[in-house]
Design a protein around this ligand. Sequence first.
Ligand SMILES: Nc1ncnc2c1ncn2[C@@H]1O[C@H](COP(=O)(O)OP(=O)(O)OP(=O)(O)O)[C@@H](O)[C@H]1O
Ligand SMILES: CCCCCCCCCCCCC/C=C/[C@@H](O)[C@H](CO)NC(=O)CCCCC
Ligand SMILES: [Ca+2]
Length: 562
Amino acid sequence: MEKQPRILVSQFMLKNRVFEVTLNRLFLTWKELNARKKRVSGSIHNTFKVGFCLAKVLHRTRGVTSGSHCVPVSEIIAVQETEVDNIQTKDEGKWQKMSQKTVETYPYAFTVFYVERARQHRWRCGNVTFFCSDGLLRQQWVQAIKEQLSLQTCRPKHLLVYINPYGGKQQGKQIYEQKVVQLFTLASISTDVIVTERANHARDHLKTEADLKKYDGIVCVGGDGMFSEVIHGLISRTQTDSGVDQNCAHEKLVQCNLRVGIIPAGSTDCICYATIGINDPVTSALHIIVGDSQALDVCSVHHNDTFLKYSVSLLGYGFYGDILADSEKKRWMGPARYDFSGIKTFLSHHYYEGTVSFQPATDILGNPRDKTKCRSGCYVCQHNGQLFSEEIRDESVEGGVSENEDEREWKVVKGKFLAINAASMSCACPRSPKGLSPAAHLADGTTDIILVRKCSRLNFLRHLLRHTSKDDQFDLTFIEVHRVRKFKFTPKYCESEDTDVKDVRKKLFSQICRDHPACSCTSVNSNWNCDGEILDHAAVEVGVHCQLIKLFARGIEEKAGV
Ligand SMILES: Nc1ncnc2c1ncn2[C@@H]1O[C@H](COP(=O)(O)OP(=O)(O)OP(=O)(O)O)[C@@H](O)[C@H]1O
Ligand SMILES: CCCCCCCCCCCCC/C=C/[C@@H](O)[C@H](CO)NC(=O)CCCCC
Ligand SMILES: [Ca+2]
């Protein structure tokens, strides 16, 4: 194959006007030429420097200026030769057929598909078709763009896809087939698709069966519960393959190499929302195609040195645990079950007694009350991630737990709580676009513990309502928030060995009625809501594993686009 020049500059017809089109290593740009210059010709420059400066100028103006467009090569999805006969082009919102004369004069065309930013962090697949009179010129351009795409080595070529047909509104299969398949095909991504047949099908398949060497990533079509299944399978598999015992709470876990993409089709879709900015299947598919990568913290949850679960979003005891326990019985209601159980749980106003112990993360950047938000390329995550990996290196030199970690002070908070929430990320979702902990970070190695002490219904409502407005939900006397790397919770009414929450319930029934005389209370302990799954134990020990997994995402982009 002939080697392509480092910069291509040619003139092409587009919407019956002449454009100068430039391709270099970083950008594809097209700019309308003055009416005076309307003569379509092809020219090849070898001066990379000139092209780079042009791209920089255009990039500053991002995307579109009047008659001028710029697309980063990293956001080109595909290029195809296009049949000119019968082609229609869109000009100022109207579809227009190419005139016979234009078709005869410019019979060669190619179409470039690229990422277009729409409102509220949505991405769409835009396209532009260039026409010319020279077949060789078209061939050269298509080849050059394909070559540039082949240099985008972070892009996945072969994916393993799991679809939960029963998540959210039970639309997983349709969403994948109608909105994602054609984009993957366009981007030449091949897939092996598994539609799950039971809960934990995807987890078990990943844990023991899947030939992971074949794939560049995993995609799950579903909600937070489905994502949780997939990462459980992937993390367990990685630890088993590396000889790491997940039951040991203090063991350092091995990072997972395969990235996971989420095509949202669930009820809350909080992980997708908090890592991309929107729960939109097309946007997620495009982030997968361009090969984005976003590291994510993972909490491990243990009970008496037995591994229970991993969590990446919310670990919630009390309010969110009770909502989940109630809503599981109403799965048939779809996403509305959370509203129903939410109101019911709010009205029941249960509090739970226990002790929370934690080591505040003091040596890191950021705190849960600051106004910085975790955004694409977050400096706090980079800095704290670096700090964390340096500490791990120190530990391995000394052989075991570092002195620093042992010396860190444990704080103990005892009391009656309406809710104990640990948010390892903001937990932003359509219900609360700023989330449970708006300043939490995706990959800083910490989780934010939010303690909601017993208070009046009215005060609790004030706290909840602030999740949906600009007001600070932590600025209330009964709320405490701490950024931590580890914490423990011990319920007042302790579970003994081999005793689960239901037995404790029975044993302490008389106590319950004394504590909550006005309600039909049935439980002295709550349940932990672990990313939408109920845990079997109330007493837990939690540790954050900094950047344990990676997603096909880039964090929320600063500007929402046009
Ligand atoms: N084929 C299946 N049949 C029944 N349950 C399944 C199947 N596949 C997966 N599941 C389970 O369905 C549960 C819910 O799935 P999912 O997370 O996709 O939807 P959701 O709960 O409605 O959304 P969210 O988690 O965002 O609130 C998961 O815990 C998963 O283990
Ligand atoms: C009176 C108005 C009050 C409005 C209050 C809004 C506060 C909403 C905060 C929402 C926080 C969601 C945290 C995410 C949890 C997910 O890991 C989990 C699995 O999908 N979802 C739920 O547990 C489902 C949790 C459902 C909560 C309603
Ligand atoms: Ca975090």
